[in-house]
Design a protein around this ligand. Structure first.
Ligand code: HEM
Length: 352
């Protein structure tokens, strides 16, 4: 911190304002258009920094075994703030849209090969969340760009080391699913003697209800019958990927199906917060693509990708795939398997 002791500093000292405000290209005599381009990017990068901080906290909370229950509300708060940051960033593209295509072309060549594609903070939070290389376009290894850049000097090597460190840790998605796997299902505790049997019973009775719904809907036409058959088959392969129930997915299904149970209130809130976060990220990616299409059409990007097509393809990314997929196989509350051991969840249903 420049000048001032703790508690005795001025506004600009506390915020390092003089340093911060010397970084917008005035030394190069940039135009108003270009300064705005730089400021919008810097603003995003500052928010990315906060996103990494918030999500690292969540990853650390969920990485504990067992996850202390009283820390879950804090994880939900960090996720909620991250979602708001993405919503804010999604709206910031409109500021960039005041840049005309000609106005952008006037300084675009000066960017060389610099591109948001090289935003290492973006890669860090993607890795931290758990976006897998195999799910990226062309199975791209996100560290590749940074390995190449590491040859340019120490600063770049530090970036690479940070990304390698993030890649070597369990991601938020992995920790989340390990936590979900330990959800008590129909009162059966993970790892207990009859747990496998209870989970199997639960999954089978859910699938039976699912089949009932599919059968009822298939009567109208052959096409519908084929669709419903496929829908039921995919429910089976989701819940029993290797012929036996996936306890993670069964846990997720249980939380989503019995959302009203008091004991499941925080797990449900945590899952909702993650779904909301991913949705806000997808919308943010989507609005980036629309902004780019408006400003530079379908040109290739300075980072060498196909441009808008590439960006549109990234908005198909889903990190928390099971959280989305489980929605497809839910059944209406009246059809779900009857809850057993309801007292375990702190809930006494009226039909007892
Ligand atoms: C006129 C403004 C902008 C244009 C025309 C533009 C264009 C592009 C294009 C074409 C790409 C694809 C990669 C490439 O080949 O270059 C890209 C990627 C990216 N841009 Fe922008 N962008 C703009 C503003 C921004 C801003 C303000 C940010 C904020 C940091 C940003 C962040 C990113 C990121 C993180 C990627 C990588 C996306 C990914 O790989 O998933 N862009 N941009």
């Amino acid at each position: 911190m420049s000048g001032g002791d703790y508690g005795n500093w001025t506004y600009s000292e506390y915020l390092n304002l003089n340093e911060l405000l010397a970084l917008q290209g005035e030394d190069r005599g940039v135009s108003a258009d270009e300064m705005h381009f730089i400021i919008v990017h810097q603003t995003f990068e500052l928010w990315f920094k906060q996103v990494i901080k918030e999500l690292s906290e969540v990853r650390d909370i969920l990485g504990q075994v067992p996850v202390p229950e009283d820390e879950i509300p804090r994880a939900v708060e960090h996720l909620g703030r991250t979602t708001e940051i993405f919503r804010l960033m999604a709206n910031q593209w409109t500021v960039l849209e005041t840049l005309t295509p000609q106005g952008f072309l006037a300084f675009r060549d000066g960017l060389g090969s610099a591109s948001g594609f090289e935003s290492y903070q973006m890669r860090e939070f993607e890795i931290l969340l758990g976006l897998e290389d195999a799910d990226r376009i062309g199975g791209m290894d996100p560290l590749e760009t940074f390995r190449r850049m590491a040859k340019r000097g120490e600063e770049h090597r530090e970036v690479l080391a940070k990304l390698e460190d993030a890649s070597s840790r369990p991601s938020l998605a992995e920790s989340l699913m390990l936590w979900v796997e330990r959800t008590p299902i129909m009162g059966s505790v993970f790892g207990s003697d009859n747990d496998q049997e209870s989970v199997m019973q639960y999954v089978d009775s859910h699938l039976e209800a699912h089949k009932g719904i599919c059968d009822a809907a298939s009567g109208s036409s052959e096409m519908m019958a084929a669709r419903m058959k496929a829908s039921h088959e995919s429910a089976i392969s989701f819940l029993k990927p290797d012929g036996v129930p996936s306890r993670m997915r069964a846990g997720l299904l249980f939380i989503e199906s019995y959302r009203e149970l008091p004991l499941l209130a925080w797990p449900r809130k945590l899952i909702d917060a993650i779904v909301e976060l991913e949705e806000s990220m997808v919308k943010w990616r989507h609005s980036h693509a629309r902004m780019v299409e408006r400003i530079m059409g379908r040109r290739i990007g300075t980072g060498g990708t196909s441009g808008v097509d590439y960006l549109d393809a990234t908005s198909e990314y889903r990190i928390f795939k099971d959280l989305w997929a489980v929605r497809t196989i839910l059944v209406k509350p009246q059809m779900r398997p009857e809850l057993v051991n309801s007292e375990f969840y702190g809930y006494h249903s009226t039909n007892e």
